[in-house]
Design a protein around this ligand. Structure first.
Ligand SMILES: NC(=O)c1ccc[n+]([C@@H]2O[C@H](COP(=O)([O-])OP(=O)(O)OC[C@H]3O[C@@H](n4cnc5c(N)ncnc54)[C@H](O)[C@@H]3O)[C@@H](O)[C@H]2O)c1
Length: 257
């Protein structure tokens, strides 16, 4: 019963940002539960490495170069996935960039760039892949990657926080919209995990602040996102779970002073 509950056999996952640290690990987790995986990323070399790792687990995998801020590229990717695998059941939206530019120095160009990658990409992928899931009638699971900055905003990462607040709204709005079609829409809210997009933001002073505010007093490990990813992806284990924003943050969001 337990294996059946969490099995993703016969499922196909599209993992956007899957060449990255967190979503790469999530892609491997989905494969370990039985899913075939299409790894989509701006960085094709990294996507290919993750696809190879999925294959080494005995699952089918594909790597695609995609700029997730462009509808035409997402549509072409969907076409390539359907051609290769025949259907798509799971979508992970994890493309992300970040910047710690002080508020008065943020240019319109930077504002648009961050909102495009961190928010518009989620909107576009939910339209492109969500439409396919709704029309195919097989149900589905969309998992957006939110952030601790989506709640009471974090200092420094202004535009990123605006974007992640929007990701929570998209998640809850589409949970409502897609429920009649058995397409569930949830978000994972990671606390702090050292990765590429936040390398410059994690200065020693910032790390000290984060640790003081994290009851578990450490960073997360990417592998600690795998359990919740498989759970949310499974239409048996999470059959009544939609619109949820699940924190994996060592207690960060539960802390005040
Ligand atoms: N690391 C953390 O502590 C943390 C915390 C909360 C949320 N997140 C979120 O997790 C997600 C994954 O980030 P990560 O921390 O693994 O960083 P990462 O930099 O390792 O991964 C981000 C990936 O997004 C890809 N990407 C960037 N722009 C893209 C575009 N236009 N089209 C397609 N792909 C694009 C990058 O190539 C990279 O592979 C992001 O949404 C990030 O905001 C991370």
């Amino acid at each position: 019963m337990y294996e059946d509950l969490f099995s993703l056999n016969d499922k196909v996952a599209a993992v956007i940002g899957g060449g990255g640290v967190l979503a790469g690990e999530m892609a491997l987790g989905l494969a370990s539960a039985g899913a075939d995986v299409s790894v989509l990323d701006f960085n094709l070399e990294n996507a290919e490495k993750k696809a190879e790792a999925v294959r080494s687990l005995g699952r089918r995998a594909q790597a695609l170069k995609v700029d997730a801020t462009r509808r035409d590229e997402l549509e072409s990717a969907l076409e390539a996935i359907l051609k290769e695998f025949g259907h798509v059941d799971i979508l992970i939206n994890a493309a992300g960039i970040n910047s710690a530019t002080p508020f008065f120095e943020i240019t319109e160009e930077e504002w648009h760039k961050i909102l495009d990658v961190d928010l518009k990409s989620v909107f576009l992928a939910c339209q492109v892949f969500g439409k396919q899931m709704v029309e195919a009638g097989r149900g589905g699971s969309i998992i957006n990657i939110s952030s601790a900055s989506s709640g009471p905003p974090l200092s420094k990462v202004f535009t990123y926080s605006v974007a992640k607040g929007g990701v929570n709204q998209i998640t809850m709005f589409l949970a409502r919209e897609f429920a009649p079609y058995k397409v569930r829409v949830n978000a994972i809210l990671p606390g702090f995990f050292p990765a590429e997009q936040n390398r410059k933001v994690l200065t020693p002073e910032r790390v000290e602040q984060i640790m003081k505010h994290t009851p578990m007093n450490r960073f997360g490990e990417p592998s600690e996102l795998v359990g919740v990813t498989i759970f949310l992806a499974s239409d048996k284990a999470a059959s009544f779970v939609t619109g949820a924003i699940v924190r994996v943050d060592g207690g960060f969001m539960a802390m005040t002073i």
